[in-house]
Ligand binder design. Structure first.
Ligand code: NAD
Length: 476
């Protein structure tokens, strides 16, 4: 814990941005983009390098801001936000020149003589809207992709983390020409004003409910959109899993950021014979991580606001609390909590939990667990713990989910070479690393035809060439 900081128990007073100022900003970015400044790869690299230096030089400010917003531990702020962004920048800086080159693809003799390429071209001005739970990386990582691909961007951080939003606004203002990157701070009304404008790309991270609002607004202008949304991500534990290891890895993924992680295991689905042993291992893991009194642990964050706190503790009523359950409204503390004897109809199983409460359900046969998962909206992540390759294969083939891990939680986000995204209600599109570069690029397919010969076969009048052309299609 950073002793110099205070956790601010804040009452939200969102200030909305001036609509005319937003329009002016958008216009300036459009002109800057149209002038072609962002086409030069050297220019893009320079901007990304500046961002890397800015993130490094603002490290302590960012740690302090996230502590003030929801008492996020410095270790988690570094690993899941600052370090995470740095890794992405390092990867993109290393590969951008290669990614930005026209990519040659194989030829079809039907076009002979020709060469075919995919050209990546920036869209123009992108709008990036972020949530509060990872307030830095969820706006900066998309921004890295947007800049690498040569776009300008307006960034709208979450109003629920005002201290972090202010640091992001300052950091980006000090780093970039506002005609290239600008921050607009504000809440729902500001976001709605922005969404009413025509952008060339919209990248949204947040709830499924607001994702629908964003997609509707994008449809108005047929703007391409990426939606990184939420959902109920299961952790399934089979009878042959290493239960101690599974418990530690589930507790880590669930209670990091106090469970306020889009890819946190939302609920536990455990083979009935090993439930008691797994719960015992979870109790041990939680005790090892946060001690006898998690309230006093420096490594455990707080709930973002009173509304979410009230929503979360309502899940504790009429539930069988097997581990934890302690809570304190004033500091918005909810202990790492495990609920037993939960069934699919319970309120806690209806919506994404997004807090440190882990309901436990059981299954008898793996088929049944997969069917239960597939009977619901497709989750953003799925985690399966088992040492049996056949069972692993069964889950990977049959269950629908955005991405996930075998024998771990959350780690699929750590490798920037893996595209990250949801499916169905948990999201549209995926990003990170090269996938981000491609996401923010219009991939133009272009055929360069040779001019030294012009075979007449395709031109009218076709005469009796139909049988010949059939053969050509079959051979080539
Ligand atoms: P949210 O949808 O409430 O807010 C996200 C952004 O949308 C904010 O910037 C907010 O100002 C804006 N917004 C809110 N209501 C709006 C409206 N009616 N019209 C226009 N804009 C509006 O989400 P949140 O509470 O900040 O974040 C939590 C959600 O985000 C969870 O569902 C979580 O699973 C999801 N999430 C997903 C990912 C991912 O990568 N897939 C990552 C983090 C969070």
């Amino acid at each position: 814990m950073n002793s110099t900081n205070t956790f601010v128990n804040r009452v939200s007073t969102t200030r909305e941005a001036d609509p005319q100022a937003m329009l002016d900003l958008l216009q300036k970015q459009r002109s800057f983009f149209a002038a072609g400044h962002t086409l030069d790869i050297g220019f893009r690299k320079e901007q990304l390098q500046r961002l890397l230096e800015a993130v490094r030089s603002h490290e302590q400010e960012l740690i302090d801001a996230m502590y003030a917003d929801f008492r996020k531990p410095a270790f988690e702020t570094y690993t899941t936000e600052i370090g995470f962004v740095e890794k992405e920048l390092q990867l993109v800086l290393k590969h951008i020149v290669r990614w930005a080159k026209p990519q040659a693809v194989g030829e079809t003799l039907l076009n002979f003589p020709a060469r075919s390429y995919i050209y990546s071209q920036p869209y123009g001005v992108a709008l990036i809207i972020g949530p509060w739970n990872y307030p830095l990386q969820l706006v900066l990582n998309p921004l890295i992709g947007a800049l690498a691909a040569g776009n300008c961007a307006i960034v709208k951080p979450s109003e629920l983390t005002p201290a972090t939003s202010a640091v992001i606004a300052r950091l980006l203002a000090q780093t970039f020409d506002p005609r290239l990157v600008a921050v607009v701070e504000g809440g729902v009304s500001t976001t709605q004003h922005l969404l009413a404008q025509r952008f060339d790309y919209i990248f949204f991270t947040g709830s499924t409910q607001v994702g629908r609002v964003v997609m509707k607004a994008a449809a108005e202008h047929l703007t391409p959109v990426t939606l990184e949304l939420g959902g109920k991500s299961p952790a399934i534990v089979s009878e042959d899993a290493d239960l101690g290891l599974a418990a530690r890895r589930i507790a880590w993924g669930k209670f990091m950021n106090a469970g306020q992680t889009c890819v946190a295991p939302d609920y536990l689905l455990v083979q009935e014979q090993v439930k008691d042993e797994l719960l015992e291992q979870l109790r041990i893991a939680i005790q090892e991580f946060y001690g006898d009194s998690p309230r006093h642990s420096p490594d455990f964050a707080r709930i973002i606001n009173d509304r979410h706190y009230e929503r979360l503790i309502s899940y504790l009523q009429d539930s069988v609390v097997r581990i934890g359950g302690q809570h304190d409204a004033e500091s918005r503390f909810i202990a790492p909590t495990v609920l037993d004897q939960v069934n699919w109809q319970d309120p806690v199983m209806q919506d994404e939990i997004f807090g440190p409460i882990l309901p436990v359900l059981t299954y008898t046969h793996l088929n049944e667990a997969i069917q239960e998962v597939n009977a619901r909206e497709k989750p953003l992540a799925l985690y399966f713990f088992s040492s049996d390759k056949w069972q692993q294969q069964q889950v990977l083939e049959q269950a629908h989910f955005g991405g996930g891990c075998i024998n771990d939680t959350i780690s699929h986000l750590i490798n920037p070479r893996l595209p990250f995204g949801g499916v169905g209600e948990s999201g549209v599109g995926s990003y990170h690393g090269k996938a981000s570069f491609e996401l923010f690029s219009n991939l133009k397919s272009v055929v360069h035809r040779g001019t030294w010969i012009d075979l007449p076969l395709r031109y009218p009048p076709y005469g009796n060439r139909l049988s010949l052309i059939r053969k050509v299609f079959k051979w080539l």
